[in-house]
Design a protein around this ligand. Sequence first.
Ligand SMILES: NC(=O)c1ccc[n+]([C@@H]2O[C@H](COP(=O)([O-])OP(=O)(O)OC[C@H]3O[C@@H](n4cnc5c(N)ncnc54)[C@H](O)[C@@H]3O)[C@@H](O)[C@H]2O)c1
Ligand SMILES: O=C(O)C[C@H](O)C(=O)O
Length: 412
Amino acid sequence: MAVRAAATYSIASPYVNPKPNLPHQIKPATITVNSQYPLRGFSGLKAAADVTCESETSFLGRESNAALVRTFAPRTQNYCKNYQHHLNPQASYYKVAILGAAGGIGQPLSLLVKMSPLISDINLYDIANVKGITADLAHCNTPAKVIGFTGTSELADSLKGVDVVVIPAGVPRKPGMTRDDLFNTNASIVKSLIEAVADNCPQAFIHIITNPVNSMVPIAAEVLKQKGVYDPKKLFGVTTLDVVRANTFVAKKKNLKLIDVDVPVVGGHAGITILPLLSKTRPSMSFTDEEVQELTQRIQDAGTEVVEAKVGEGSATLSMAYAAARFVESSLRALDGDADVYECAYVESNLTELPFFASRIKLGRKGVEAFIPSELQGLTEFEAKALEALKPELKASIDKGVAFVHKQPVAA
Ligand SMILES: NC(=O)c1ccc[n+]([C@@H]2O[C@H](COP(=O)([O-])OP(=O)(O)OC[C@H]3O[C@@H](n4cnc5c(N)ncnc54)[C@H](O)[C@@H]3O)[C@@H](O)[C@H]2O)c1
Ligand SMILES: O=C(O)C[C@H](O)C(=O)O
């Protein structure tokens, strides 16, 4: 049922300028629109254009990370323009595919993505049956249309016309395992999924969640190269959870509001390759040696903390879905032309001698638009040593992924 609404938008979020030497700034964005056009009714939830990040009841909530909150201001402006000029509020929305949608991450991620006002279509794919999940999710009265695809015969169709492909397909750890212990199973899964991506939506942003991320991203790159469609700017290992955790732990330790804290995390996504750069925390603050030691270790071991707490029932799913949803939103915002999108991700990089490296990047319409080399400059002695120490392990993981594809050439 269509409803008429007078919408008021009020978004004021802290803006973290990634350039050093510039102060932490507040970038207020307050938009007031009196819309006389019919809103498509999804009463109960806020309408897509009625995004008020200060609201306790909004999907984001008060304590959401600033980067995610920032997602909505520019989009809301575009949305309003659509209303004014085309009377078609869904004219330029995006299509997202989730591969592994029936899993522990896939399901909550699908729900979060369904709540996004930026998305017109969500394709849920899994080798397990997703029809029930699809029917369930499709009953939520938010705009995104949900279609389920089950089994390899439906994989190609799930990828047609997709802008962002998110891959959480694969097995998770059990207590006592390393992420690398998942390599043998997950390498083949990722390889076959990326072959399908290359054949059906080679222009899409690809978000790889499957572990070990440090090796899965090089595998994906090699497959895409062999298929002749590799665009290094559009292939991402999702390390957002490391940033989410670092922000949470630092805010707690320093008794700060979560929304104010931003810690870049670089390197990779396993053990000592996860390197939080606490000296680059914004707002700027000092840490004792003990705090650095303790926080770094907690952030590096946070995945294991969850694996052990779940005693054999898998690894992080809810926090991962939250982090992945944030990275999806940031990607869509970048695709939409927002000039102000920064995230940490594991990508092809020349910031170090390693071919893949996680660092803060600027996202644009074409993917990675810029790196922020200054963040790797002026490191503390602790960080500089940790950076050198992680390189051999990360290099070995990258080489292992590349060798895997060279041994098993991709299907034509
Ligand atoms: N990057 C990160 O920060 C991060 C965080 C948490 C978990 N993970 C990783 O994400 C992966 C998934 O974790 P989970 O908890 O969702 O596992 P899960 O077992 O709950 O779900 C995995 C899903 O993948 C599906 N699947 C398996 N093979 C498939 C294929 N070939 N095509 C499509 N779907 C397939 C399964 O049917 C299942 O539904 C694991 O490898 C885990 O280690 C990464
Ligand atoms: O720890 C895991 O195995 C899952 C994930 O990589 C995490 O960091 O939670």
